[in-house]
Design a protein around this ligand. Structure first.
Ligand SMILES: Cc1ncc(COP(=O)(O)O)c(C=O)c1O
Length: 378
């Protein structure tokens, strides 16, 4: 029986055509394809401009620098995220201050964030986790009230819609996106940052390119910079993906819909919410919550034996050694930690067939049944 992977990019003829165009042009970096990709991405999001970089992490790092966060500064953020959300603060010597998440959305709990603001707090770094929009109106109100900068980690949420009906990343904050191969759209490796104005965009374009202004010569640099450029080969893949992004998002939503239908009657498995009021999830991963008495790791092993990839997704990052050493320990964020202990990412990609969804759900139901702690078969 063929195995079902966790994720799979959808690469077609148009990607091949545009990559060939770049290869034949001889402009493999800093060429016109990068700009075409940026313009198409900005148009999709409905923003003025967007700056392509080599990864979501690079986008976050440049965002932290734009906001001027550094040593002695505290930034309130969520522990239930991918580690890059906080590593970007550590790169600049700023301190992530974690607060727990909302039990339903798994995004940062706004009341907890408000309570964590001190005179050292300079900003908020909320994450739209698993493609669910954070409570942006409330977070922006908090930021305005306390004079805080905002960096939006929308790396998992391209296309998600918030409670005011606006697409995440389009509200006027610095916002970051990521294009690793499992994301809603991919460039292989890559990322994007939405600037707040033209001056910010110019500085971002300089900092991603070794600190060289657009109109400067090859070896002239007027500030500290990085090599965070996205190659034109990657941008070509990105342009092809943006062109079909509405369809990719629809297909992901359709697969999620099939999962939800099929999992509705499975005991011990809670499916993720697709929408609530005006909020709409953008489907990055399909993560279910297993009941406390189910042995999640045994489920993963059993699914693997049946040729189905799944993953415990994701760990709470305050417990990683390099972050825990800032003074964090187990038990501090019970909602995030419980989500980490009981969440399971299932295979999820736009081309997933009904038969594949059916097979995953049947095997999951059997695995959950067999691995309930205390079960005779367990
Ligand atoms: C929430 C979040 N932030 C940041 C990143 C970093 O993106 P990249 O892997 O492109 O550096 C990711 C990637 O998975 C992510 O999920």
């Amino acid at each position: 029986m063929s195995s079902i992977p966790l994720a799979q990019p959808e690469i077609g003829k148009r990607e091949e055509e545009l990559v060939l165009e770049v290869l034949r042009s001889g402009r493999l970096s800093l060429g016109p394809m990068g700009e075409r990709f940026e313009r198409a991405f900005a148009a999709f999001l409905g923003v003025e401009d967007a700056v392509a970089v080599s990864s979501g992490t690079a986008a976050l790092h440049l965002g932290v620098r734009q906001l001027g966060w550094g040593p002695g500064d505290e930034v309130v953020t969520s522990p239930f995220t991918f580690v890059a959300s906080s590593n970007c603060l550590l790169y600049e010597g700023a301190r992530p201050v974690f607060v727990d998440v909302d039990p339903v959305t798994l995004d940062i709990d706004v009341a907890a964030a408000a309570a964590a603001v001190t005179e050292r707090t300079v900003g908020l770094l909320p994450i739209d986790i698993f493609g669910w929009p954070a409570d942006w109106p409330a977070l922006e109100a908090l930021a305005a009230k306390r004079g805080l900068g905002v960096l939006e980690d929308a790396c998992q949420a391209l296309g998600a819609v918030d409670s005011e009906g606006r697409m995440v990343g389009s509200r006027g904050n610095f916002a970051t996106f990521a294009f690793y191969a499992n994301k809603q759209m991919t460039t292989g490796e890559g990322g994007m940052i939405v600037p707040t104005d033209a001056a910010a965009a110019a500085r971002l374009r300089s900092e991603r390119n070794q600190g060289r202004a657009v109109d400067m010569g090859w070896l002239d640099h007027d500030r500290l910079g990085f090599n965070y450029r996205l190659s034109d080969v990657s941008a070509a893949i990105g342009l092809a993906q943006v062109e079909k992004l509405p369809r990719l998002l629809e297909e992901r939503a359709a697969v999620a819909g099939r999962y939800a239908e099929r999992l509705a009657g499975v005991p011990g498995v809670e499916a993720p919410m697709a929408a609530r009021g005006r909020e709409v999830r953008s489907w990055f991963v399909y993560v279910v919550r297993l009941a406390d008495e189910v042995d999640r790791d045994a489920v993963i092993l059993r699914l693997r034996e049946r040729g189905i990839d799944s993953k415990s997704y994701l760990p709470s990052i305050h417990l990683f050694p390099h972050i825990a050493e800032l003074g964090y320990r187990e038990g501090q964020f019970p909602i995030a930690e419980a989500a980490s202990a009981h969440s399971l990412a299932l295979p999820f990609f736009p081309q997933m067939t009904e038969e594949q969804v059916e097979r995953v759900c049947a095997e999951l139901a059997a695995a959950v049944d067999a691995t309930r702690r205390g079960s005779a078969q367990g």
